[in-house]
Design a protein around this ligand. Structure first.
Ligand code: KG4
Ligand code: ZN
Length: 337
């Protein structure tokens, strides 16, 4: 069976093609056309600009993916229906519908957040992993999820304001770094020399609260206040930027780790499953691995950020919900896992 996955929920136009033979997965293509350069100019993503780019890029990425996969016969199309930017979601959905109609094959709508978690099962098929705690950390979401069974989710908590990735993006902007900020903060932080010359100290919001919610807006504000008290000269120093990057990255990791471990302990989890763009962060992965002795899943780096393969794989797992009544598939910009 061959599944084609389409992802356009935000600023990446992505298509993945997955072959499933005797329950074994083979990646035939996984292409992402990023709009980073375009949006970097504005410091964030503009939905209608992104939609226009998806429209332009979808046929190009599709053609390239088909060529890479050597023109396979597609059996199922899987497309992200939410959450995400509504105009962008519709662009992907309409492309998927037209293609499915043309090929006379079924279509399945996929939740983007679920796909971020499910991509972990591309390579690993262990038994005895549930109950599991899922942690999704992306540019738009920070959620802790209880998974008692495969494909069964219960939201335990989420951010009350900014997502972790959003916080990194905003802090990066305050430091004069371009969008997306996460990878740039990671790079700067990795060069921090280990001595806190500038004595930067940021809060760990909600870390001691016994719930599973998060809040990262205050962390960004704390960075803003710190910057306001510094002299222009100090703010420009590389040693200052490195220390700030390390401190904000560590503040986020501390909170994510503490809340995830609390949930894992309280629900007697056998595993922790991580997904979303921020999970690409090496330091985060290292610290989770060190702190948690049970099973832990995280996707390889390029599968943490948005991609079409995760949508294809989620589509395979949800193939029972696929339909040829294409009009049933609609954008759900605020859908939850
Ligand atoms: O999952 P994703 O690609 O898109 C959404 O669904 O939002 O996540 C994008 C987010 C951005 O905020 C970006 O700054 C962050 O993931 N990110 C990282 C890294 N790579 C991407 N954050 C920290 N370290 C990274 N290496
Ligand atoms: Zn995402």
């Amino acid at each position: 069976m061959i599944v084609l996955g389409i992802e356009t929920s935000c600023d990446d136009t992505a298509i993945g093609i997955l072959e499933i033979k005797k329950q074994k997965f083979k990646v035939l293509a996984n292409l992402v056309s990023s709009q980073v350069k375009l949006h970097a100019k504005y410091g964030g993503v503009w939905p209608y600009l992104a939609k226009r780019e998806h429209k332009k890029n979808l046929p190009i990425v599709f053609k390239k993916a088909l060529k890479k996969a050597k023109n396979p016969k597609i059996d199922l199309i899987s497309v992200t229906v939410g959450p995400g930017l509504e105009p962008c979601l519709w662009e992907g959905i309409n492309f998927a519908k037209n293609l499915a109609k043309k090929l006379k094959i079924p279509l399945v709508g996929i939740n983007h957040l679920e796909a971020h978690l499910l991509i972990n099962f591309l390579k690993r098929k262990e038994k005895n992993i549930f109950p599991a705690i899922g942690l999704i950390v992306s540019g738009g979401h920070t959620q802790l999820i209880l998974m008692r069974k495969f494909l069964k989710y219960k939201l335990l908590g989420e951010t009350r304001d900014d997502a972790a990735g959003e916080c990194l993006d905003k802090v990066a902007r305050l430091l004069g770094l371009s969008y997306p900020g996460g990878p740039k903060i990671e790079k700067l932080a990795s060069k921090f020399k280990g001595k806190k010359k500038h004595k930067i100290s940021l809060p760990r919001p909600m870390i001691h609260q016994k719930n599973y919610d998060f809040s990262f807006a205050g962390l960004k504000t704390a960075v803003l206040y710190d910057l306001r008290k510094r002299k222009e000269k100090e703010k420009e120093l590389l040693s200052f930027k490195r220390e700030m990057a390390r401190e904000v990255q560590q503040a986020i990791i501390d909170v994510l780790l503490k809340k995830t471990l609390n949930a894992a302990k309280n629900f007697r989890a056998k595993s922790i499953i991580l997904g979303g763009g921020v999970v690409a962060n090496k330091e985060l992965r290292k610290q989770f691995l060190k702190a948690w002795k049970g099973k832990i899943f995280f996707p390889k780096k390029e599968l943490c950020t948005d991609n079409g393969l995760m949508v294809a794989l989620a589509g395979y797992f949800h193939q029972k919900e696929a339909t040829k009544k294409y009009e049933k598939i609609e954008a759900k910009p605020n859908s939850r896992i």
